[in-house]
Design a protein around this ligand. Structure first.
Ligand code: PHE
Length: 338
């Protein structure tokens, strides 16, 4: 028995010489001191021995156990102090400048759409979406735009084939939502729209709009003014003024265009506001009864308002950007400022 212990001791010492990583030390510890390790196995033999041998054998095992424990602990300590001084010497130069990871940001137009969604969410508006490739019916007919209206020509609309086109306004989503649901309706619809305009500092063949639609019993023009006033003050600031000018859209009656006081010159007059002190930001009005008829709403019972704003325009005014093309060039020097 004692011989067996000696052999284990010799083996252990031989094995400690081969240790080269912290993992090797851990493995050795498990092999000898673990619950199913060599030393525990030896302990299990004790009760099977003749009683006179038990105490001597027990003492020997305990000695072995203390030895093994000490040596493993020593190895642990040595390993830690060696590796930490190595790290200090070789890897860590605290004078090196830190790394600055590049943090991505949302595109300014996405940020504006998110801000608009936030303001209207607080007023109880849901967000709705519609397709960009659209039927002529939703872009024109259902919106009470007559067959001979100039906006229907291919000067103003991208046609894909006969009655299929790229939507030229988000007002299409008004119809799609009203077809799906009965009033009360309270939605905003952000998205891309397309018009064959020549690209310059103020025009692009693709841009973004946010449409708004509210339909219920007893909705009035005063409600439209209240909602838009709330939006403009929250988005542009309390000092910004708003004015309504009478206008015309086939799908609203009465219709208005809404201007805000020029945030760039503070109404003193500049090139952005053509020296008028005001800039137009959206079209709006009370939903025309013909539109309600197209979606089979009871025109006697329901009334509503709609509005549509240009996202690029609003972003340009808020951040004093003078060229719409900057939004589409993906120049990181421009985008990283927002
Ligand atoms: N669709 C109109 C445009 O593109 C804007 C608008 C929307 C006007 C809703 C009135 C009501 O110019």
């Amino acid at each position: 028995m004692i011989e067996k212990l000696d052999k284990i001791k010799r083996n252990f010492h031989a094995e400690t010489k081969k240790v080269s990583t912290i993992n090797d030390i851990e493995q050795l510890k498990i092999k000898y001191l673990g619950r199913k390790g060599i030393i525990n196995d030896l302990m299990k033999i004790i009760p099977t021995l003749p009683s006179e041998q038990r105490s001597l054998f027990g003492q020997q095992i305990n000695l072995l156990k203390t030895d093994v424990t000490n040596i493993i602990e020593e190895a642990h300590k040595r390993f830690h102090s060696e590796s930490s001084s190595k790290v200090k010497k070789e890897l860590f130069d605290i004078t090196l400048p830190g790394k600055h990871p590049f943090i991505g940001k949302k595109h300014p137009l996405t940020q504006t759409i998110d801000d608009i969604k936030d303001v209207f969410a607080r007023l109880g508006f849901d967000v709705a979406y519609g397709p960009e490739v659209e039927l002529e019916y939703y872009n024109f007919e259902a919106l009470n735009i007559p067959t001979d209206h100039p906006s229907r020509t291919d000067f103003d609309t991208f046609y894909i084939k006969n009655d299929v086109l790229l939507r030229s306004q988000t007002s299409t989503v008004q119809i799609r939502e009203m077809e799906k649901k009965k009033p009360p309706i309270r939605i905003i619809a952000p998205g891309r729209v397309y018009r064959p305009d020549t690209v310059d500092a103020r025009h692009s063949f693709m841009f973004h709009q946010v449409e708004g639609l509210l339909v219920d019993e007893g909705v009035s023009f005063a409600d439209l003014k209240g909602v838009l006033n709330q939006f403009i003050k929250t988005y542009f600031g309390q000092d910004v003024q708003m004015r309504f000018r009478p206008s015309f859209f086939p799908f609203t009656e009465p219709s208005a265009e809404v201007d805000i006081s020029c945030s760039i010159c503070g109404r003193k007059g500049c090139s952005v506001c053509s020296y008028s002190g005001w800039v137009e930001i959206l079209g709006a009005g009370m939903v025309d009864p013909n539109v309600f008829k197209a979606v089979h709403y009871d025109v006697e019972k329901y009334s509503g308002f709609a509005f549509g704003m240009g996202v690029e325009r609003i972003t340009m005014l808020k951040y004093c950007i003078d060229d719409i093309r900057l939004f589409y060039e993906n120049d990181i020097r421009f985008l990283s400022q927002f």
